[in-house]
Design a protein around this ligand. Structure first.
Ligand code: TXA
Ligand code: MG
Length: 320
């Protein structure tokens, strides 16, 4: 059931989490599918609902530092620096995990991924639940992430106890994931840009391109994919015959001849484009088109996360 985030509904949602149920909730990036991170059987329901392979560890969401201390054994100085700058916000840190976190959350890894979301509904839900909340994006495994409550309802409606509707998410791409090791390692491009990270860290090692041997499913070559075949191509390379039956996901300008066109940002803003990316793909994917073509965007700032998601959406390699 989709409900507005009134105080009563937040209380109800928090109670569902405490009792081991599933609540979908908005964050500033995408909607999450949440369960009590300290309750292994509650967390198992997430995997079941998403049909997600259990090798895939989850992000634990916290509302304050005390909760962080419950799930992370240690917070190195580098993590402190990043949290000071980017929390609450779209940065996930991979830290040494505490014994209290069930192995199912971390897939048996010695680390745990944690973030403090910046969305007031997410923070209030976690605060009221009083427990850290494990939440992957609220979509079936491998499919497009949800940026609206309707997306969650359409994809997982039956499988979730409650969906809190916070409208469209502001950022539209998932959090950036950084592994805190001797040298920080970027595991997933996301809403915090490489440029922003480097302004704090000096440099980050990139591991996001190791697609053959993914460390995390967000690194699988095919992920975040619509059902309609999608291909990245500038409009001028697509023959007019093909355009008639295809949809186009344009960055800034409307090209001619396509059956339908969605423009990510008329002003050419990468921030706006990221915010509209998954929503536009959800819309195009529901039209029964023969193919979707997507215009490449500049690979700087949020453009890197956008191109990363488009490449995975368009990859024909089967997830391993
Ligand atoms: O913006 C976001 O991060 C959203 C919202 C709901 O917070 N969540 C999200 O979660 O995108 P999910 O589960 O779709 O992606 C989490 C990624 C996965 O690829 C997972 O494998 C990785 O984080 N991850 C989790 N724990 C990890 C760990 N200990 N080491 C490395 N990667 C980890
Ligand atoms: Mg996901």
């Amino acid at each position: 059931m989709v409900v507005p985030p009134t105080p009563e509904n937040l209380e109800r949602a928090a109670q569902i989490i405490r009792q081991g149920g599933l609540v979908a909730f908005p964050t500033e990036t995408v909607y999450g599918l949440g369960a009590n991170a300290l309750d292994a059987s509650a967390v198992a329901k997430i995997f079941e609902a998403k049909q997600r392979p259990s090798f895939d560890p989850l992000i634990v969401h916290v509302s304050d530092r005390a909760m962080l201390a419950e799930v992370a054994r240690e917070v190195p100085a580098m993590a402190e620096k990043l949290m000071e700058r980017f929390w609450p916000g779209p940065l996930t840190l991979v830290l040494p995990r505490s014994e209290r976190v069930p192995g199912l959350v971390t897939s048996g890894l010695p680390t745990v991924a944690v973030r403090m979301p910046a969305h007031p509904v997410a923070l209030e839900l976690i605060r009221r639940a009083g427990v850290p909340v494990a939440a992957p994006s609220a979509n079936p495994f491998g499919y497009l992430s949800p940026t609206r409550a309707e997306h969650v309802e359409r994809m997982l409606g039956e499988r979730v106890d409650l969906i809190l509707d916070g409208g469209r998410t502001a950022l539209g791409v998932e959090s950036t994931i950084v592994l805190i090791a001797e040298r920080p390692v970027l595991l997933r491009y996301g809403a915090v840009t490489v440029e922003e990270l480097e302004s704090i860290l000096g440099s980050v090692e990139l591991q996001v391109r190791s697609l053959d041997k993914p460390l995390v499913p967000g690194q699988l070559p095919q992920h975040y994919a619509p059902h309609t075949p999608i291909c990245i191509a500038p409009p001028e390379t697509i023959p007019l015959e093909v355009r008639k039956k295809a949809g186009y996901l344009a960055f800034q300008h409307v090209p001619k001849g396509f059956k339908v066109v969605k423009v990510l940002s008329p002003t050419g803003s990468l921030v706006e484009a990221a915010a509209h990316l998954f929503e536009a793909l959800h819309q195009l994917d529901r039209l029964g088109l023969e193919a979707i073509y997507a215009e490449p965007v500049p690979e700087e700032g949020l453009g890197r996360a956008i191109m990363d998601r488009l490449r995975r959406a368009s990859s024909t390699a089967a997830p391993s």
